[in-house]
Design a protein around this ligand. Sequence first.
Ligand code: BGC
Length: 240
Amino acid sequence: MEPAVQALAKPQPHAVRTLAIDIGGTGIKALILSATGKPLTERARVKTPRPATPAAVMNTIVELAKAQGSFDRVSVGFPGVVRRGVTVTAPNLNGNWGGFRLADALTKKLGVPVRVANDADVQGFGVIEGYGVELVVTLGTGFGSGLFVDGKLVPNLELGHHPLQKGKTYEDLLSDAVRKKIGKRKWSKRLVRAIQTLDRTFNYDRLYVGGGNAARITVKLPENVKIVSNVAGLLGGLSL
Ligand code: BGC
């Protein structure tokens, strides 16, 4: 069906199909969610184009969207600060993303409503329980973070760029590039120390650890820390 026709057809609420996109520094992922948040398609993943300019990333998303089939709306997790659908920063994408109206641009290309938020914030929506203080961190190309209080998001937390040790930030110490350099054991020990600092700082009820590298942690984490699947990065798109 043509995108414009889809938009006019107004599906019944229970039949709404959400295309969830997760833009990462290494890969761009997509799947379609049912109205109750169930994945309806296999998760597809393609490499993030380099240079990751707005035009190149948009083209990749349009290709992924075509391959997924029909959908009524789109959610996008973006690896940087996003305000009202406009991207502000993108540390791990090389391109000029400051002030890019990503939600509007994608709405024009795909013909359905599009919402964009920070990738870790979207991930959080997919995993939180909705009460107390819940912190989400994502371990991938960069270090993502999302903070929720009784289910309400504190947007664009950006802990990744906060200094943790000797002027080095969480992202400087725990990025994917660093893990490859120092190995997963040393990296995991670092992560435990970072989690101790986060616990003392935020006094969260629960911490969720997601992102592609969550599966590479070699140590046991404290009781109030839960490792969540990488697919969760897309499931939150429904709440968005
Ligand atoms: C960005 C965050 C993002 C994280 C994970 C960081 O470099 O500043 O906004 O959530 O990477 O993609």
